[in-house]
Write a protein that binds this ligand. Structure first.
Ligand code: AMP
Ligand code: GLY
Length: 424
């Protein structure tokens, strides 16, 4: 059968690569894809990205199933449009995607259903928000309500900083409509982890746990990014924490969405903060797989991803089982010059190692320019390796990176540092 993956990042390269291995898959189209999906066996890039054009493509090519990588098309209602057109697609509807597309919705939902999360208030008026901040402790967190490409969250050390963030969002409208409403919330201490599951509206199949590295520079310094590297599993999510996350966060979320008339079908990503006593709290939900978390997670998935997705679409996920490679996987993101503010494009990439069973380079911002591979976005590549220990996976990934070259390449040297400290 033919499949379509919507998106063009490292997550979508990993999805297309994994799906293409299914014995029942003839071809995976990726819209728009990147320089990596362009040369992946069994995978073909296609140009259109508008929903109507994708629906035409699915009809013309008799594509039987579509998976969506990024949040923007989900929030815009691509799943509703495909369903109306009678096409099979795996992902949440526009209403269900509000768990990510509106922080105000997500926070009130969490409160309604008793999920552990940071205490918060929502505001559309700067004066009331300032008064609230004046009465709260610092640090304090200010979030734009809508999608802001990962830039809408400010962890403010002081009230001045928090007020400046408020002004940027509510008064100067620097995030457009996304900042027309803000959520102000309590700062939570602890360690973050990414907890991603598949949902069929009722049942849940948890994927392997993972941990991202959001800051640009070593030692978790510098500006926030989309994610500079990830590994799986995340040792902070012990079996006990895992059981609590399922019981206290994931199951109430899935039941709550169904009760409210928006059954959640798709990948659901809970961003967790786990405190020193092992109490998990939900920082946020994303209505999709994480990037770069997907790259190490899918390197470890031994099951046929297509079969899992088909169970989710049939409402039979309780019968599905995911088999995981016992090894660890670790992915290091190589970013472009100027990332995250103004990534430069067009730098020639050389020295990519051939794919091996225990090390693969997933492409994100790359493009083939008459046969030459060049940078084409902020996060360029994600070099992902498997190893019997995290240390071995890490050495393997960094060894592969030594051969890769392009002008302005920047990456972190310390991916995996939290887990490695624990194992020492
Ligand atoms: P979000 O997009 O909500 O995940 O926020 C981006 C990042 O801001 C998170 O990955 C955390 O590092 C940080 N963050 C968000 N909310 C909080 C909070 N309540 N307490 C501490 N850190 C937070
Ligand atoms: N890596 C974080 C995210 O995908 O949101």
């Amino acid at each position: 059968m033919k499949l379509l993956v919507v998106g063009g990042g490292g997550r979508e390269h990993a999805l297309a690569w994994k799906l293409a291995q299914s014995p029942r898959v003839q071809k995976v189209f990726v819209a728009p894809g990147n320089g990596g999906t362009a040369s992946e066996p069994g995978v073909q890039n296609v140009a259109p990205t508008e929903t109507a054009a994708l629906i035409d493509l699915c009809r013309r090519e008799q594509i039987q199933l579509t998976l969506v990588g990024p949040e923007a098309p989900l929030a815009a209602g691509i799943v509703d449009a495909f369903r109306d057109a009678g096409l099979r697609i795996f992902g949440p509807t526009r209403a269900a995607a509000q768990l990510e597309s509106s922080k105000d919705f997500a926070k009130s939902f969490m409160v309604r259903h008793g999920l552990p999360t940071a205490r918060h208030r929502s505001f559309d008026n700067a004066r009331d928000a300032r008064a609230y901040i004046a009465a709260e402790r610092t640090p304090i967190v200010v979030k734009a309500d809508g999608l802001a490409a990962g830039k809408g969250v400010v962890v403010a050390a002081t009230r001045e900083e928090a007020n400046a963030a408020l002004d940027a969002m509510l008064v100067q409208r620097r995030y457009g409509a996304a900042g027309g409403r803000v959520v102000v919330e309590e700062f939570l201490e602890g360690e973050e982890a990414s907890f991603i599951v598949m949902c069929d509206g009722t049942h849940v199949l948890p994927l392997a746990t993972s941990q991202d590295h959001k800051r640009l520079r070593d030692g978790d310094q510098g500006p926030n990014t989309g994610g500079m590297g990830a590994y799986s599993p995340a040792p902070i999510v012990t079996p006990k924490v895992h059981a609590r996350v399922m019981r206290e966060i994931i199951q109430p979320a899935v039941q709550g969405m169904a009760q409210e008339g928006h059954p959640y079908v798709g990948f659901l990503y809970a961003g967790l903060m786990i405190d020193s006593a092992g109490n998990p709290r939900a920082l946020e939900f994303n209505c999709r797989l994480g990037d770069p978390e997907t790259e190490p997670i899918l390197m470890r998935l031994k099951s046929d991803l297509l079969e899992l997705v088909e169970h989710a679409l049939a409402g039979t996920l309780e019968r599905a089982e995911a088999e995981w490679d016992r090894r660890c996987a670790l992915g290091v993101v190589l970013a472009a010059a100027g990332y995250p503010d103004e990534p430069r494009k067009g730098d020639r990439i050389q020295g990519l190692p051939a794919p091996a069973p225990d090390c693969r380079v997933f492409h994100a911002g790359t493009r083939l320019d008459s046969g030459t591979l060049v940078t084409n976005g902020g996060r360029v590549l994600c070099v992902t390796a498997l190893g019997d220990s995290l240390r071995i996976a890490r050495s393997r990934a960094y060894e592969a990176i030594e051969r890769i070259r392009y002008d302005g390449m920047q990456y972190r040297r310390d991916i995996g540092h939290r887990a490695l400290k624990k194992s020492r």
